[in-house]
Design a protein around this ligand. Structure first.
Ligand SMILES: [Zn+2]
Length: 467
């Protein structure tokens, strides 16, 4: 059995921040879960590197756009390595393999007669070298350049979206393209209800992009370029056994592109739409919108520096349920780390291993798991990552309570046999929980399993030093 999961590819205009990390970590956890269920999971992430805004950022940084994107893409890779994220492939839209396959895809659509030449009318800021929408204007001016944009008409190639809207509506309604959570499905259907215009797949005035193979004066529209990564990374057109995606994780802001444009492009090329889109929410940091000017942008690398790989993974994944809007309580990171990890799991492991080492020659009898009953797999299959993680953490804390309630440190003196039985149950349960924890905190889980399966269990250095 195969499973193919994707994250959006991230725009290289910004360095990796906690928002990117959140989605990519979620994909990593789901990928690890699928592998634990015996599936051959392919996990794709990458970077979106074309477009006028990237070219402008490169110019502002005094760099050639390719050099600029090379550097930012590397920062993403480094961040994912620091967070222990194990992707199968990292696609960059400036790679030759991607560009060649984008061209092939569009040539195919042109041959099928789905593309046509037309005029694109829009507001254009020469400073940005990009079209901007009315919504982006402040006092009729571009916010970056404090200049009124010009009305521009240019020749573009258009995609006949109207051919596919009815079919896409049916696919979404029947859950053949499953969109979760429910609010996102409703929103996608609402967009289809409003009616959508054909969209242009190329731009005349944007030079930093993939050139249209039959018209070198045109660059492929950056969204079309970006969406195609999900199949170019799988060697389009040789997609046998590699497509459709089982799960595409996206943010709310890119729903229209993924729920409508993307399936339409696939249907036009006679390919299946993705099986599922899972949409996650927006988040605030300590109650405020994340922004450069507020200085509250969290760099995942800083979190790793402060709390270690697993500490950072924990703090990012344990904030609020996956799929909802929520608040990241950054001012509580330290407290949360200490209470849940240092004093929670860490303390339990020290106590249990210490009791086994001192009183039972470092050995325990493995018991069938019984004490903690949780539907961990059910939660994971529904992508309830937060709930699944919480259930593991509370499983550990139950065991800690069990040591307290049975006063094990006294019981070993008065009734050693009974103490040994309870301790064996606790140690066996620790191993079960470690297996579940592996999806979220892989390094920690590996250490726990090593410690509690070795012949001579010993108390070790604290797994989570107090901060
Ligand atoms: Zn501008």
């Amino acid at each position: 059995m195969k499973f193919y999961i994707t994250t959006p590819i991230y725009y290289v205009n910004a360095k990796p921040h906690i928002g990117h990390a959140y989605t990519t970590l979620a994909a990593d956890v789901i990928s690890r879960f699928q592998k634990s269920q015996g599936r051959d999971c392919f996990f794709l992430t990458g970077t979106d590197e074309h477009g006028a805004k990237v070219a402008l950022s490169a110019k502002e940084a005094g760099k050639d756009p390719q050099k600029f994107t090379d550097e930012v893409a590397q920062e993403f890779k480094t961040a994912w390595k620091n967070l222990g994220i194990e992707y199968s492939d990292f696609i960059r839209t400036t790679e030759t393999r991607h560009k060649e396959r984008v061209k092939k895809f569009l040539e195919n659509l042109k041959e099928k007669g789905i593309l046509y030449e037309g005029e694109y009318k829009g507001l254009y800021c020469t400073g940005c070298e990009n079209f901007i929408t009315e919504k982006e204007l402040v006092d009729n001016k571009c916010q970056n350049h404090k200049k009124e944009p010009e009305q521009v008409i240019e020749k573009n190639w258009f995609f006949k979206l109207s051919n596919y809207t009815k079919q896409i509506k049916e696919l979404i309604e029947s859950d053949k393209i499953l969109i979760r959570p429910e609010f996102a499905k409703k929103e996608a259907l609402g967009l289809l209800e409003q009616g959508l215009d054909d969209f242009s797949i190329s731009r005349e005035k944007v030079s930093w992009g993939v050139k249209l193979p039959w018209d070198e004066n045109q660059s492929v529209y950056v969204w079309v370029d970006a969406l195609l990564n999900y199949i170019t990374a799988r060697e389009y057109p040789n997609l046998k056994g590699k497509w459709p995606a089982d799960l595409q994780l996206i943010g709310k802001d890119i729903l229209k592109f993924h729920a409508i444009y993307w399936p339409a492009m696939l249907l036009a090329a006679e390919l299946d739409p993705p099986k599922e889109l899972f949409v996650h929410g927006y988040f605030t940091i300590d109650g405020q919108k994340m922004s450069k000017s507020l200085g509250n942008v969290i760099d995942p690398n800083d979190l790793v520096k402060d709390y270690g790989t697993d500490g950072a993974r924990y703090l990012i994944l344990s904030q609020f349920p996956f799929g909802q809007d929520g608040d990241v309580k950054a001012d509580m990171f330290k407290e949360q780390y200490n209470s849940d990890l240092a004093n929670g799991i860490g303390n339990l492991l020290s106590r249990a291993s210490n009791l086994i080492e001192k009183n039972f020659d470092g050995e325990f009898e493995k018991k069938e798991s019984s004490s903690v009953k949780r539907d961990f797999n059910v939660l994971m299959l529904e992508y309830k990552l937060y709930e699944a993680l919480k259930s593991v953490i509370s499983g550990f804390s139950e065991l800690d309570k069990k040591i307290d309630q049975s006063k094990l440190w006294n019981l070993v003196k008065t009734d050693k046999e009974k103490a040994g039985k309870i301790l064996s149950e606790i140690a066996s349960e620790i191993l079960v929980l470690a297996g579940e924890l592996e999806l979220f905190l892989p390094e920690t889980a590996e250490k726990i399993i090593k410690q509690f399966t070795q012949k001579n269990i010993k108390k070790q250095e604290p797994m989570f030093p107090r901060k």
